[in-house]
Design a protein around this ligand. Structure first.
Ligand code: SF4
Ligand code: SF4
Length: 435
């Protein structure tokens, strides 16, 4: 058995959550994997049925069960579609933890997970070293050469995966850790900014733009050096004990910091940060603390749309389309705020695409682990993007940005991909100074 006895008992789908599903099937059409394959066992209803079978000892945690659950994007579109209030996100995360507690993965997989999840993601030092190595690969022109010569095609799936590898941006955002950035004008709020893990090295400029936009809106921005990776990727892989360790560090470091909000610009992180209490249901010491912490967490779109927004912006004459990040739209139920912010930019035209809230196929590291399905989903997404004629695809999650960049490259019409915050930053930077 791979997990402790306590984990086996607590980290599995709870019967009360499973019983909410009345098998109506109203979620099926919202499910990207069901739309692709048309297989009941790869639909939300089918997956819940399988979880129920396992929970009641009627089926084993076998190859088929693992396969159907791993093919789920955990996009939670089914949660939005469900009229019975099934919390599918809770179910799939608990079911994956149940798998990890019961089975022993091959030695190579265990080693890779130990390197990436236990050591790399929570370590600023190792992430910085990774950034330098990635940067050298880029700077030597190897990446460009591999792409331009079509060399990657020779490597099949490996070549496609290279297209999804994040780029390093130096200096990394770790350089800003421990700093306090003053509000522009009168200080209205004091907020903490979470830098993420990979985002610190691959989206350092986005994190800096987030600081600037918050400053423009009267925020004193603190980048605490006591923060760590949020554990979202760990939760998605069923590695709940690792996620708990990281969650405890963030809760202890940030809850009592006197912040009006703890801000993240990554929808995937935000969703997990707001649901930390799910990890501590059986730990009374941390359940209450985690709820207090989660109440302070705000997605940057949510926060900016809720305050009196600084509208001193220069016009951006551009047509954009907005891709809902699943963990913002379905996980956090935030759809209007990013659109409201984009519409506040003068000159900008927002053209909605069909199925904007259907997953792009990124889903954390799903696009690496389930590349074929992720690419099929991405191709559908790009068909809808192309129909809008937009020059820019805007979204609200770094992971989605990488996936959409690959989409624009493979199936697009030269679109660029931006975060909502980057659009605001661009508009603020061109605005006349008021002082
Ligand atoms: S989370 Fe997404 S992929 Fe998984 S069952 Fe629900 S809709 Fe389908
Ligand atoms: S998850 Fe909800 S919508 Fe889907 S079958 Fe169950 S009750 Fe119906």
């Amino acid at each position: 058995m791979a997990g402790s006895e306590l984990n086996v008992l607590i980290d599995k789908p709870q019967q009360k959550d499973l019983d909410r599903c009345v098998h109506c099937g109203l979620c099926l059409n919202a499910c990207p994997t069901y739309r692709e394959l048309g297989i009941e066992m790869d639909s939300p209803r089918g997956r819940i049925y399988q979880m129920n079978q396992v929970a009641n000892g009627l089926a084993p945690i076998g190859e088929s069960y693992i396969q159907h659950l791993e093919l789920c994007l955990a996009c939670r579109a089914c949660e939005t579609a469900c009229p019975s209030g099934v919390q599918y996100g809770r179910l799939i995360e608990a079911a994956r933890a149940g798998i990890e507690n019961k089975i022993e993965r091959p030695a190579g997989v265990r080693f890779l997970r130990w390197v990436v999840f236990r050591n790399l993601l929570p370590s600023p030092t190792l992430l910085r070293i990774t950034a330098v190595m990635l940067w050298c690969y880029q700077a030597l022109g190897l990446k460009a050469l591999a792409r331009s010569t079509g060399l990657l095609k020779l490597f099949g799936k490996l070549g496609r995966l290279e297209q999804l590898s994040p780029e390093a941006q130096l200096p990394t955002f770790f350089k800003q850790y421990g700093k306090v950035f003053p509000a522009e004008g009168k200080r209205r709020y004091r907020v903490a900014l979470l830098g993420g893990c990979i985002a610190n090295i691959s989206f350092a400029r986005l994190n800096e733009a987030t600081v600037r936009v918050l400053q423009k809106n009267g925020c004193e921005v603190v980048v605490p050096d006591t923060q760590t990776c949020c554990g979202a990727l760990h939760v998605h892989q069923g590695l709940r004990d690792d996620a708990r360790r990281l969650a405890r560090q963030n809760i202890d470091a940030l809850t009592e910091g006197g912040f009006d909000a703890i801000i993240t610009n990554a929808a995937g992180c935000g969703s997990t940060l707001k649901e930390y209490h799910d990890l501590f249901e059986h730990d009374p010491g941390y359940e209450e603390k985690s709820r207090k912490f989660s109440n302070l967490v705000k997605d940057v779109n949510e926060f900016l749309a809720s305050i009196d927004l600084n509208t001193n912006m220069s016009p951006l004459k551009v047509t954009v389309t907005y891709q809902d990040s699943c963990h913002l739209a379905h996980g956090q139920k935030i759809r209007v705020p990013p659109r409201k912010l984009l519409r506040a930019i003068p000159g900008l035209t927002l053209k909605e695409m069909a199925g904007a809230d259907l997953c792009c196929g990124s889903a954390g590291i799903y696009n690496v682990l389930q590349n074929d399905m992720a690419m099929a989903v991405l191709e559908r997404k790009m068909e809808n993007v192309n129909r809008t004629g937009a020059e820019v695809v805007v979204t609200a999650n770094p992971g989605c940005m990488i996936q959409l960049q690959a989409g624009a490259c493979l199936h697009g019409k030269g679109q660029t991909v931006k975060h909502v915050v980057e659009m605001l930053d661009e508009a603020y930077r061109g605005a006349p100074s008021l002082t």
